[in-house]
Design a protein around this ligand. Structure first.
Ligand code: ADP
Ligand code: MG
Length: 697
C-alpha cells in the first residue's frame, strides 16, 4: 500500500480547493481561513458547487452540517443534494447558503436552559478553518461540513464555538507578547494540539452478552481475573494478529480522512491500546479526534470487535485517558514554548513560561474542571492517572532555570548531554535535557505541555478552550504591565521573577501518585477537587466568569448553561449505570445464585440421606447464602433510593445525590456479586468473566 496515494483522499483540502476553485475565489477562501473575516455569498456559491461536485465524484449522495453539541459526541442530519425534479430529472445542488448555514431543530440537544423548548431555533454555521470531508459508512457516502452550533440569540450550544473564540483571544494576546520582543511581522499565533488516544478492544460477541458494557460502556460487575497487568508485559508488547489487522484497517480509514495516525502501541492494561496523530491546529485536532473515536468504533465492528472508550471499562486495571499535547506558535513557524539551547538567556521564552505558570496556578480549578467527566472520576487520583491536583512538571533543566531566576543569577542551565550505554558498538546518544514524569497532570516535554488529565471519551474541546483562555489572560496581564516600559529588559526580568515567585507553588517535579504529595499540595493551598460534581461549579465562579467574559470566550449565561448540562450528564449517566446494575442483578446474577444454592441444598440433603459427609457443601452453601442475602439487600436499597434521587428538582442537588448516595449503593451491590463470582460454578455463572473479556480478544 502506498500511503501517499490514500492520504487525505476523502478531504476537501486546501490543495483540492486550489485545483478546483477559480484563482480569485481560492485566494478569498484561504485569506479568510488564515486571517478571519467573511466570504461573500457569491464566493460561497462557487465553493459549495465545487465541494458538491467533488463529493459526488466520491459517491456522496447527501451532505450534512457536522457539529459538536454538548452531548460530547458529534451530530449530523443528512440532506440529499437532490432538487425538485424538472421533466422527471433532478439536478444535484449545494448552494452557498446551504454550505454556510443550517437550521437543525435545536430543542433536542442539551442547552442547559439557554433556550426554552418553545424557542427551538438553532443555527449551524460553516467553520471554514476545518476542512470538509466525506465519510463512508453504512449510510453510504456523506459530505460532512464542520460547523459551529449556536442559538437564535447567538449563544454557543456546542463545544467548537468557545474553542474558536479562545483561539482568537489567545492569538490577540500572544501577538502583543511577541511584539514586545520586536517581532513586527507575525500576524497570528495558533494553538497546536496532538492528542494521544487510549482505547480498549473487546470481542463483539462477548460484549453483546455483557449488558453493562452495552448500556454503560464499562463493566459494573466482575471479579478480577487471575492475571492483571502486574507483569508489565502488555505495554509496548507484541501486537496480536487480530488487533494488528484492526490497527491496519483503522490507519487506512484515518489516513483517507487526512488524519495523520502515526503511533500505535499496546498500552499498560491487557486489551488496551493507544493511537496518536501528528499534531495540528487545535480546532482541527478537536474535529479529528472526534472522527478518530468514531472511526475506531466503526472499524472495530468489521473485525468482530468493539472499541471501548469509557475511562474505566474494568475495575482493578488501568483505565484510558487522553494526553493533550499543546503548544502555541506564530504563523511564521516560531513555537513560543521552545526554550532553545540557552533558556536562561531567552527572555521571551522565560516570559511565556512565567505566564503559563501564572495561568495554570490562577486557574488550576478550571483546568481540573475542563477534564471532568463521569468516567474520569474513577481514574484521577487512583494511582493510574494523574491526581486530581493540578501541578506543573518542568523537568531538571527548567527547574534549574527557575531556581536561578529566583536567586537572581543567570548561569546557563543543563542542556542535552551525551548518554553512554557502555556498549562500544552502540552509538553515543544525545540525551534530552529533561527526563519524563508520568505522574504529572501537566508536564513540560521539551517544546510543548502535555495535559494528561483528559478522559478517553471526552471531547478535547473543553480542555483546550480553557488552556487557550487562561494563557490569553496571563499574556494580557504581562503585556499590560510591560508595553511602554522604559527599560523593557529590566522590567521584563523583574516581571518574570515576580510572577515565578508568586506562582512557584504550582511547580512539582516529584511523584504525583504519592500520599505525601496530596498533603504537600494541601499545604501549598492547591485545590484537590476529587469528583466531577465538585468540579462543575468552578465554571460559574467569579474569577472564571470574569476571565471568560473579558476574552469573549463564554458569557455568564453560556457558562451557567454548561453547569446545568454537566450536572444532567452526570445524573443521567449514573442513573443508566444503576439501572443496568438492577437489571443484571435481578434478571441474571440473583436467579443464577438462587438456582445454584438450590442445587447445593439438594446435594446436601442427598448426601445426608445416605449418611455421607456434607460439611464442605454445607459450608459453601452457607457462604453463598450469606452473600446472596447481602446482594439482595443491596439491590433492594438501590431500587428504593433511585426513584427518590430521580425525583429531586434541582439538577445540581440531583447530581450530588447520585454521587453521594447512588454511587455507594452501586458499590455495595457489586461487592457481594463479585465475591459470588469466585464461589459459584463457572458453568452456571451468567456472564463472561474479566478473564474472558480481557485475555480472549
Ligand atoms: P511523547 O511520546 O514524548 O509524549 P510524541 O512526540 O510521541 O511525544 O508526541 C505525542 C503527541 O504530541 C503527538 O501527537 C505529537 O504530534 C504531539 N506533538 C509533538 N510536538 C508537538 C507540539 N509542538 N505541539 C503540540 N503537539 C505536539
Ligand atoms: Mg506522551
Amino acid at each position: 500500500m502506498n500511503i501517499s496515494e490514500i492520504f487525505g483522499v476523502n478531504v476537501f483540502s486546501v490543495s483540492v480547493m486550489k485545483e478546483r476553485l477559480p484563482k480569485k475565489v481560492f485566494a478569498e477562501v484561504t485569506d479568510v481561513m488564515e486571517n478571519g473575516g467573511q466570504i461573500s455569498m457569491a464566493t460561497a456559491d462557487v465553493v459549495a458547487n465545487a465541494m458538491k461536485d467533488w463529493a459526488v465524484e466520491k459517491g456522496a449522495t447527501h451532505y450534512t452540517h457536522w457539529f459538536q453539541p454538548l452531548t460530547g459526541s458529534t451530530a449530523e442530519k443528512h440532506d440529499s443534494f437532490i432538487t425538485y425534479p424538472k421533466d422527471g430529472k433532478t439536478l444535484l445542488q449545494l448552494s452557498g447558503k446551504q454550505l454556510i448555514m443550517g437550521e437543525p431543530d435545536a430543542s433536542s440537544f442539551p442547552s442547559g436552559g439557554l433556550r426554552a423548548t418553545s424557542y427551538a431555533r438553532g443555527y449551524t454555521a460553516w467553520d471554514i478553518t476545518s476542512p470538509a470531508f466525506v465519510k463512508e459508512s453504512g449510510c453510504g457516502v456523506i459530505l460532512c461540513i464542520p460547523t459551529v452550533f449556536i442559538s437564535y440569540t447567538g449563544e454557543a450550544l456546542d463545544k467548537k464555538t468557545p474553542l474558536l473564540r479562545s483561539m482568537e483571544a489567545l492569538s490577540t494576546q500572544a501577538i502583543r507578547i511577541v511584539r514586545l520582543f520586536g517581532n513586527t511581522t507575525a500576524k497570528k499565533v495558533t494553538a497546536f494540539v496532538g492528542p494521544e488516544q487510549e482505547y480498549f478492544l473487546v470481542d463483539r460477541e462477548k460484549y453483546l452478552k455483557r449488558k453493562d458494557l452495552v448500556y454503560a460502556g464499562r463493566t459494573l460487575f466482575g471479579a478480577p481475573a487471575p492475571k492483571g497487568q502486574e507483569l508489565d508485559d502488555h505495554y509496548f508488547g507484541q501486537i496480536r494478529e487480530r488487533i494488528g489487522a484492526y490497527m491496519k484497517d483503522l490507519d487506512i480509514e484515518l489516513w483517507k480522512l487526512g488524519i495523520t495516525a502515526t503511533t500505535q502501541h499496546n498500552e499498560v492494561a491487557p486489551a488496551q491500546h493507544e493511537l496518536a496523530p501528528i499534531y495540528s491546529t487545535a480546532n482541527v485536532a478537536v474535529d479529528q479526534n472526534q472522527l478518530t473515536m468514531e472511526t475506531m468504533k466503526r472499524v472495530a465492528t468489521r473485525h468482530g470487535l468493539v472499541c471501548l472508550l469509557n475511562e474505566k471499562p474494568y475495575a482493578g486495571i488501568n483505565g484510558s485517558g487522553k494526553h493533550n499535547n499543546w503548544s502555541i506558535g506564530t504563523d511564521e513557524g516560531e513555537n513560543l514554548f521552545e526554550p532553545g539551547d540557552d533558556p536562561i538567556h531567552n527572555l521571551q521564552f522565560l516570559l511565556v513560561l512565567s505566564c503559563v505558570l501564572a495561568a495554570v496556578d490562577d486557574h488550576a480549578d478550571l483546568l481540573r474542571e475542563s477534564a471532568a467527566d463521569v468516567g474520569n472520576d474513577h481514574r484521577l487520583g487512583a494511582q493510574e492517572a494523574p491526581p486530581a491536583i493540578i501541578s506543573i512538571f518542568l523537568g531538571d533543566q527548567l527547574d534549574e532555570v527557575v531556581s536561578q531566576i529566583l536567586k537572581g543569577s543567570e548561569n546557563a542551565a543543563t542542556t542535552e548531554s551525551d548518554l553512554n550505554t557502555g556498549v562500544s558498538t552502540v552509538p553515543v546518544l544525545r540525551k534530552d535535557a529533561t527526563d519524563r514524569n508520568r505522574t504529572s497532570p501537566f508536564a513540560f516535554t521539551g517544546n510543548k505541555f502535555e495535559f494528561r488529565m483528559v478522559g478517553s471519551h471526552d471531547s478535547i474541546a473543553s480542555p483546550n478552550t480553557a488552556l487557550n483562555a487562561v494563557l490569553a489572560e496571563a499574556f494580557c496581564n504581562a503585556a499590560d504591565a510591560l508595553e511602554g516600559a522604559e527599560d523593557f529588559e529590566s522590567a521584563c526580568k523583574a516581571y518574570i521573577r515576580e510572577s515565578i515567585s508568586k506562582h512557584k507553588r504550582i511547580i512539582f517535579n516529584g511523584d504525583g501518585y504519592s500520599d505525601a504529595w496530596v498533603e504537600e499540595a494541601a499545604r501549598r493551598g492547591l485545590p484537590n477537587i476529587k469528583s466531577m460534581v465538585d468540579a462543575i461549579p468552578v465554571l460559574v465562579q467569579d474569577d472564571v466568569v470574569d476571565m471568560y467574559e473579558k476574552f469573549n470566550v463564554f458569557t455568564r449565561a453560556e457558562l451557567a448553561s454548561r453547569v446545568e448540562v454537566q450536572y444532567e450528564t452526570y445524573a443521567k449517566t449514573i442513573n443508566i449505570e444503576a439501572n443496568a446494575m438492577i437489571h443484571m442483578a435481578s434478571k441474571a446474577y440473583i436467579p443464577a445464585v438462587v438456582a445454584y444454592s438450590g442445587d447445593l441444598a439438594n446435594t446436601v440433603a442427598a448426601l445426608e440421606a445416605v449418611d455421607a459427609d456434607a460439611s464442605v457443601q454445607k459450608e459453601l452453601l452457607s457462604q453463598v447464602n450469606a452473600l446472596l442475602k447481602q446482594a439482595s439487600a443491596a439491590l433492594a436499597d438501590l431500587e428504593c433510593k433511585l426513584p427518590q434521587v430521580n425525583s429531586m428538582d434541582s439538577m445540581g442537588a440531583m447530581a450530588h445525590a447520585f454521587h453521594d448516595t447512588i454511587v455507594p449503593c452501586m458499590a455495595a451491590l457489586r461487592a457481594p456479586i463479585d465475591q459470588l463470582e469466585l464461589l459459584v460454578d463457572q458453568d452456571v455463572w451468567p456472564m463472561y468473566s474479566y478473564g474472558d473479556l480481557l485475555f480472549e480478544v
